[in-house]
Design a protein around this ligand. Structure first.
Ligand SMILES: CC(C)(COP(=O)(O)OP(=O)(O)OC[C@H]1O[C@@H](n2cnc3c(N)ncnc32)[C@H](O)[C@@H]1OP(=O)(O)O)[C@@H](O)C(=O)NCCC(=O)NCCS
Length: 158
């Protein structure tokens, strides 16, 4: 797979890169905390580990953005994941992140474009994901690739 971003290829993870991706996911976990919530670091890390464990035992792809043999970003994709409303199988972006030094260079766009191609190749007709209110880089990324909002999660402090 080649995501098209200059000098960067998107490929499936090599053995051991799951741990690298998990480490990056834990480091950026704070970006996913909505402004309405308090969050404790250790519990956030446990939750990210739980998400990775959930994906590992399902049909998934761990895509790595690679610059000169070094991983610089990842996207964890579920295939044949049942949509929570319709139950129909779809591609689902469980997590993605790019190392901070490589941001705004099109790496996430390359990862998501490659994930869409892989989901399509597997017969998926839709792709979905959840993004946190206030995570502007991610929201703008998904807007730019034409992801539309179809449901929202509401919360109230008690
Ligand atoms: C969100 C994230 C993955 C984006 O990665 P990235 O490689 O920097 O994104 P790209 O360079 O591919 O950006 C593609 C488009 O997204 C939008 N975008 C990305 N980062 C942005 C920012 N900081 N501000 C405004 N728009 C941004 C732009 O439209 C951009 O296109 P442009 O540069 O041509 O204007 C990265 O910021 C990240 O790892 N954040 C922490 C983890 C996270 O929040 N993951 C998302 C979980 S839902």
């Amino acid at each position: 797979m080649d995501g098209g971003q200059s000098g960067v290829i998107v490929r499936e993870a090599l053995p051991g890169e799951d741990a690298w991706a998990l480490d990056l996911a834990v480091r950026v976990a704070g970006d996913q905390v909505p402004p309405t919530r308090d969050a404790a670091g250790p519990l956030l890390a446990v939750n990210v580990e739980r998400l990775f464990a959930f994906c590992r035992v399902r049909e998934h792809r761990l895509l790595i953005a690679d610059r000169e043999g070094q991983p610089i970003g990842f996207l964890l994709l579920l295939i044949n994941f049942p949509n929570e409303v319709t139950g129909l199988p779809e591609g689902y972006v469980a997590y993605m992140a790019v190392v901070s030094e490589e941001r705004r260079r099109g790496v996430a766009r390359a990862l998501l474009t490659a994930a869409e191609a892989e989901a399509r190749r597997c017969g998926m007709q839709q792709m979905s994901l959840i993004v946190t209110e206030g995570n502007e880089p991610a929201i703008r990324l998904y807007d730019s690739l034409k992801y539309v909002v179809e449901r929202t999660v509401r919360c109230k402090n008690l």
